[in-house]
Design a protein around this ligand. Structure first.
Ligand SMILES: [Zn+2]
Ligand SMILES: [Zn+2]
Length: 150
């Protein structure tokens, strides 16, 4: 008799599960996260920004890898992914006390400023409640053109 079959096939859920459990901070992921931590909250970096900084630190890493790393760190909850400008996505540290803020983004250069607004939070909460939804977050992204780009 052959040994019992594994609960799921190797390329299926089992591997996925292991992969998720195995999500840890490899040195490379740690370096990327440290980059954000050094800059502090309120910084919004694109994959290109991060790649450039890593290259300056003499890390040999491709832009594609940086992008994957950023997505993973976002999935793991270390970073928050923002779809802000036409230029693509940016990432920022997600942390306590730095959640409920909104962004004004320059559509030309990607400059991103933060602001807080109680009315926005209240409007989001009211809208979700009105439809019987359970609120997760209310964020407002304002697309604009910064003084330098006008
Ligand atoms: Zn932000
Ligand atoms: Zn601009």
């Amino acid at each position: 008799m052959s040994s019992p079959a594994p609960p799921v096939n190797e390329n299926g859920t089992l591997q996925k599960g292991l992969h998720q459990d195995g999500r840890r901070l490899t040195p490379q992921r740690k370096r990327v996260l440290e980059l954000f931590e050094r800059l502090g909250t309120g910084n919004h970096l694109s994959a290109e920004d991060v790649h450039q900084q890593l290259v300056q630190l003499e890390m040999k890493v491709s832009l594609a890898t940086v992008y994957r790393t950023l997505r993973l760190l976002a999935d793991m909850g270390f970073l928050q992914e923002l779809e802000l400008s036409e230029g693509g996505r940016r990432f920022e540290l997600s942390g306590d006390g730095h959640r409920e803020h909104h962004h004004v983004v320059c559509i030309r250069c990607g400059r991103t400023e933060e602001f807080e607004s109680e009315p926005v939070l209240a409007a989001g909460a009211k809208a979700a409640q009105g439809f019987g939804f359970k609120l997760i977050e209310s964020t407002l992204n304002v697309r604009a053109i910064c003084p330098n780009c006008q």
